[in-house]
Design a protein around this ligand. Structure first.
Ligand SMILES: [Zn+2]
Length: 698
């Protein structure tokens, strides 16, 4: 059964595939036949959940809403009819719309509109490009700024509107795109909001500062504004979900969360825990190489209702090859979530494609998610991303994605920690915490990290971690330097990349090799070379620099009952673009010499293995043979075409874990599994997977 009237989302959250195919104008009675044709095609393909729109892009309600001004041609009763038809076919119905636009409302109430900050530097697009953008914007919204402020009466009206869509029309979910606190993406330069009189008064009351006019990263008030704005948008999204839950037992709000590589900070979604009673979802923008890590930080942001990732149908058009999209679905499942799919063809043109995708995903759906094994916690710092490089977020994404990829390829389980989760209580749920060039740390975060190590935690720190405070201003001494045994950090200096590892941890490594950090050149000079660091005598040198007089490349120091390991190179940033076995081996050896993972995996590096605890007795592993393009971040912002169905052979996979398993099986493929149990350890071996498989252990 897909349609489940008694659960939140009425089956949306369990759907193995959610398909977007929606109109731009109000449906009329004479359209019923055509609408049923779409519906029947999706139904024939076995698609469990369908996105239609009660509002066209730009939040023009396409039905006679009692709450918001609506399209003049809206016909009563059409959506109620549609919801019944969808549910009759045992499917789930979701509306897609924009959170941040309401042009009809603003025509009536221009005072509700968001006001934008001026850019410090005028964007450098040509006059011709700007004119094209202005035309595009005018086509979509006329001469109106379509963006309302959430603090205006629009905020409450939208909440009531959601309840209307769930309770009166009978929809099961609403998927909000456009979760911005800025102009729409048709506006040239996409300036940030909001500095309307309501926001200015609230900003003054909340912070004691005057709201800035210009988006200037050098202005301390602007940095305060950035953090304040996250709080405002996060509070609004949370209160929207709460209002819906109070007035609709089963309606589900989904929020497209805009914090990702290639989407600048200007959108305003908080990269910190939100814990909303809704589904926090995201999209990959044709860049699936981010998918598994994206799902991890969505989980850290909010985990009440699982995770989801949207992708555009690729390749597009009729009779498209289903293999790529099914593969993307299995990639999402490996990360603990489900896929939603934006169609570029009419459903009737791709029934066999959709049905082939569903056939692959449906038997896997019940094994998705659960409690991920907690081993490494990687800090993805919003403050560092925003402030360390004056609004340029690329270096931070690279450092974090890179270290995440190293761990994935070395088969060491990881999850993401966010700035506000750097508390002793949360850190202690991870035996290992990794700070990959996390430049911005507060004194309080530093204290929690040092307490964590003192209490027995293992902390792995790289590059210029802690050299700035939480607002990105320079510190006199690095926040972690005292307890890492750092005496001083000199200027960035060119150093030989060649290192000599010292001690038992490195017995499998070469006696000398290059260990380079990411050399950026832009946007900050400090990023080009490692800092020339001086250490106290009580650190243990784990790798010396080959060059006479240069400081060690890797050190360790015992603090209390724990250890802190410091790698004075941005190895994460380096690996993000240039994966290599040497880097994996170094990081894995450093970690494994000091700590034991919850399970050990022997497999090729491109094979992603994720482990999940489902209930007390069951452990599920997802095994995915990753295509090469998923294993690194490309250097350009272009969108590479990913032939996702081209996964190389996985080779044999062996997993060992300290538990007495009674049986192990592969419920989807039915393939053979070899299980050996000795004392309290189980070893499971499979001879390989074709793209993806599920392995269950009880
Ligand atoms: Zn405002």
């Amino acid at each position: 059964m897909n349609y489940k009237p008694d659960v939140i989302g009425r089956g949306y959250l369990q759907a193995c595939l959610r398909v977007e195919n929606r109109p731009g104008s109000p449906p009329r009675p004479e359209d019923k036949e055509e609408i049923l044709e779409r519906l029947d095609a999706l139904h024939a393909a076995g698609v469990p959940a369908w996105w239609y729109s009660v509002s066209a892009k730009g939040s023009h309600p396409l039905f006679p809403s009692k709450v918001l001004p609506h399209h003049p041609d809206a016909v009563p009763g059409m959506y109620e009819w549609l919801a019944e038809e969808v549910h009759r076919r045992d499917m789930v119905l979701c509306s897609w719309e924009y959170l941040c636009t309401a042009p009809y409302l603003i025509r009536e109430h221009p005072e509700y509109a968001m006001e934008f900050l001026q850019p410090k530097v005028p964007h450098n697009a040509s006059e011709e490009a700007l004119e094209r953008a202005r035309e595009r914007h005018a086509r979509a919204y006329g001469d109106v700024n379509p963006v309302p402020c959430y603090l205006s009466p629009y905020g409450d009206m939208l909440k009531e509107f959601c309840v209307e869509v769930f309770e009166d029309l009978g929809f099961d979910a609403i998927w909000f795109d456009g979760c911005f606190m800025s102009a729409t993406n048709t506006t040239p330069g996409m300036p940030m909001g909001c500095r309307c009189p309501r926001c200015a008064a609230k900003f003054r009351a909340d912070t004691g500062h005057e709201i800035p006019r210009v988006a200037d990263w050098d202005d301390p008030d602007f940095r305060v504004f950035i953090k304040w704005r996250y709080a405002v948008l996060g509070d609004y999204m949370r209160s929207l979900c709460e209002h819906v839950r109070a007035n609709s037992r089963h309606g589900l709000v989904c929020l497209n969360h805009f914090q990702r590589l290639r989407h600048a900070t200007g959108f305003g979604c908080p990269l910190n825990p939100m814990d909303v009673d809704g589904l926090v979802t995201a999209e990959v923008d044709q860049a699936p190489y981010q998918t598994i890590m994206q799902l991890k930080y969505l989980r850290a942001i909010s985990n009440r209702h699982g995770q989801e990732m949207w992708v555009h149908q690729q390749p597009g058009g009729p009779n498209a090859d289903p293999d790529d999209m099914a593969y993307f679905g299995m990639l999402c499942m490996t990360g603990g979530g489900h896929m939603s799919l934006g169609l570029s063809a009419m459903p009737k043109e791709i029934v066999s494609t959709l049905s082939a995708i569903v056939e692959r995903l449906r038997p896997r759906a019940e094994y998705v998610g659960g409690e991920p094994f907690r081993y490494a916690g990687i800090l993805l710092s919003s403050n560092t991303k925003d402030f360390a490089f004056g609004g340029a977020d690329d270096p931070t994404w690279r450092s974090v994605h890179g270290i995440h990829n190293i761990l994935m390829h070395a088969h060491l389980p990881s999850e993401i920690i966010l700035d506000e989760q750097v508390t002793l209580e949360h850190l202690e749920t991870f035996p290992l915490v990794i700070l990959s060039d996390v430049r911005c740390l507060s004194d309080q975060q530093a204290q929690h990290l040092s307490d964590y190590v003192e209490g027995g935690g293992l902390l792995l720190v790289t590059a210029a971690t802690g050299i700035l405070d939480e607002m990105g201003w320079e510190r006199e001494r690095g926040a972690l330097d005292d307890f890492m045994g750092v005496v001083s950090r000199g200027p960035a200096a060119p150093m030989s990349p060649t290192v000599r590892p010292v001690g038992a941890w490195a017995h499998n490594l070469a006696p000398r090799f290059d260990l380079d950090g990411f050399r950026y050149g832009q946007p900050s000079d400090a990023f080009q070379d490692p800092l020339r660091v001086e250490f106290r005598d009580d650190v243990t040198v784990l790798a010396a620099c080959d060059e006479e007089g240069s400081p060690p490349a890797i050190t360790a120091r015992s603090v209390g009952s724990g250890q802190v390991i410091f790698v004075n190179r941005d190895i994460g940033g380096f690996y993000s673009r240039t994966p290599s076995r040497q880097y994996r081996d170094v990081v894995a050896a450093l970690i494994l010499a000091h700590s034991e993972p919850p399970y050990t995996v022997h497999a090729m590096p491109h094979v992603a293995v994720t482990g999940w605890q489902q209930g007390d007795d069951r452990v599920v592993f997802h095994l995915l043979s990753q295509i090469h393009e998923l294993c690194y971040l490309p250097a350009t912002s272009g969108r590479p075409h990913l032939d996702m169905g081209s996964a190389p052979p996985s080779g044999p996979i062996r997993i060992e874990l300290p538990r007495q398993a009674k049986r192990a099986w592969r419920p989807v493929s039915g393939g053979p599994v070899c299980l050996r149990v000795e004392d309290d350890r189980s070893t499971i071996e499979v001879d390989g997977v074709e793209q993806h498989d599920v392995l269950v252990l009880e």
